[in-house]
Design a protein around this ligand. Structure first.
Ligand code: ADP
Length: 496
């Protein structure tokens, strides 16, 4: 068993991991930059080590300082969280070379999934459907053009080493290809030091559906059902849910089995996610994320499993003690990402000091946050302040609870995207589960600030009044016509 865990991260995910470790009797070490001295994750851990100045490159991304902090505190394991070093194979290698347990897959697995062409080859060999296209980098624009003709336009050029949407270009017709190919190569070279670019079919209106998987060190792999994350802005997920409103039990089983094959093909150990694009009844492998995802709580809600507990158990060599058939799927869960961005102002980052925060509670509500009153929100780190997650016995109840919880969540001092989430929860296509990754392009009105100045003033006075009004007198959220279904009867819900 792991005795002492160093958490190589910050913000809400560091706090989430510390909570999971504490529940398992594992001592915790937080690391922090100078700017994060009084951050919630630092105060929550048993010990804390300062690892450098505010910029991530001088603190949270310093492998040498993290290993040194683990040595100095006697930690025997390191959890990378998500982002930062979580998917850097050299970090996993360095942790293991230092004689410590890396809570995640091996460096070799991370490396093989980090290269998109290698990942596509492995998936194809394992019988997992991939987006139609080539599986090797194109040597030059002529080869890319020949491939594109075979695939059929529009196509997508992608950097093999890609991430964060960099080095990606949609090409609508033949005449544009050569120029776009060179641009994608240039971008890939400067972002990743590798200009390999390949070609795949550009899907017009897919949904983003991903499967959570969990593997142990003994070759057992199970999947924990799907999450749908179609509501995105510039490839950043904003709202996630589990299960998807779309899949039938047969499709779920088929996608789940494909994800398990994907994991087995990489000898996967730990928690991971196989991302797929889904269109017209077909699904295609997109990529594998070799870490815990931001949106893991929706899976925890519907399965009753604690993913951080299981990450720690399998990292310590424990086998999974349940079978695929025993993985439950109960009810529906929704997550919204609360960022310090003004959704009505083009998602412009907002900085400043959090004056106060009042978090929601009650049945079926979870707040995973990384801020407290006094937290300084700057530009050094990701704008994610926290995640609001709800559960209900059915999708509509989870939505209604989210509306209620969004009403209760008040963050003052910085602008947040909370007003946007309130709009989404009321929007008809969302209520009906009609989603594609083009959701925001289809609903530009959700990003518009009320432009009538008088109306805006009335709205702000009303908001101020509401905040002072007794919550008991507030109107309950009402069912939207056409949203379908009613709240189901509450049933006893036993947690695993
Ligand atoms: P990155 O690793 O750079 O984030 P991904 O391959 O994960 O790149 O793709 C990021 C996003 O781009 C996806 O979530 C999806 O919205 C879009 N995308 C990727 N591939 C395709 C495709 N073949 N057709 C349409 N959209 C795509």
């Amino acid at each position: 068993m792991i005795r002492k865990l160093l958490v190589a991260n910050r913000g809400e995910i560091a706090l989430r991991i510390i909570r999971g470790a504490r529940e398992m009797g594992v001592a915790t070490v937080a690391v922090h930059s100078e700017a994060d001295r009084l951050a919630p994750h630092v105060l929550a851990a048993d010990e804390a080590v300062e690892i450098g100045p505010a910029p991530s490159a001088e603190s949270y991304l310093r492998i040498d300082r993290l290993i040194e902090a683990a040595r100095a505190t006697g930690a025997d394991a390191v959890h990378p969280g998500y982002g930062f070093l979580s998917e850097r194979a050299p970090f996993a290698d360095a942790v293991e070379e230092a004689g410590l347990i890396f809570v995640g897959p091996t460096g070799e697995t991370i490396r093989s999934m980090g290269d998109k062409t290698e990942a596509r080859q492995r998936m194809q060999a394992a019988g997992v459907p991939i987006v139609p296209g080539i599986v090797d980098a194109a040597k030059d624009a002529d080869e890319a053009l020949a491939a594109a003709r075979e695939i059929g336009f529009p196509v997508l050029l992608k950097a093999a080493a890609g991430g964060g949407g960099k080095g990606m270009r949609v090409v609508e017709e033949e005449g544009e290809l050569a120029k776009s190919f060179e641009a994608a190569q240039r971008e890939a070279r400067s972002a990743f030091g590798d200009d390999s670019v390949y070609v795949e079919k550009y899907l017009g209106r897919p949904r983003h559906i991903e499967i959570q998987i969990l593997g142990d060190a003994h070759g057992n792999v199970v999947h924990l059902h799907e999450r749908e994350c179609s509501i995105q802005r510039r490839h950043q997920k904003l709202v996630e849910e589990a299960p998807s409103a779309l899949l039938t039990p047969e499709q779920r089983a088929e996608m789940g089995a494909a994800a398990v094959r994907a994991a087995q093909a990489t000898k996967y150990r730990g928690a991971g996610t196989v991302e797929f694009l889904w269109q017209d009844g077909e699904f295609y492998f997109l990529e594998m994320n070799t870490r815990l995802q931001v949106e893991h709580p929706v899976t925890e809600f519907i399965t009753g499993l604690d993913l951080v507990h299981w990450q720690l158990k399998v990292a310590a060599g424990e086998p999974l003690d349940f079978t695929q058939e025993e993985v439950r799927l109960q009810g529906h869960s929704i997550e919204v990402r609360v960022t310090s961005e003004d959704a009505f102002g083009g998602f412009l980052p907002s900085t400043g000091s959090v004056h106060s925060i009042s978090v929601p509670g009650g049945p079926g509500v979870r707040w995973d946050g990384g801020i407290t009153a006094g937290t300084e929100v700057g530009l050094h780190y990701d704008p994610l302040l926290g995640k609001l997650i709800t559960w209900g016995p059915d999708r509509l109840t989870a939505i209604i609870r989210m509306e209620r919880a969004l009403d209760e969540l008040v963050i003052r001092g910085v602008n947040t995207c909370l007003p946007f989430h309130r709009e989404v929860m009321r929007e008809k296509d969302f209520r009906e589960g009609n989603l594609t990754i083009r959701y925001l392009e289809d609903h530009p009105e959700l990003l518009e600030r009320p432009d009538d100045p008088e109306l805006a003033e009335v709205a702000s006075i009303a908001a101020a009044l509401l905040e002072h009004r007794s919550r008991a007198t507030r109107a309950a959220p009402r069912l939207v016509e056409g949203a379908g279904g009613r709240m189901s009867n509450w049933r006893a819900f036993g947690w695993r």
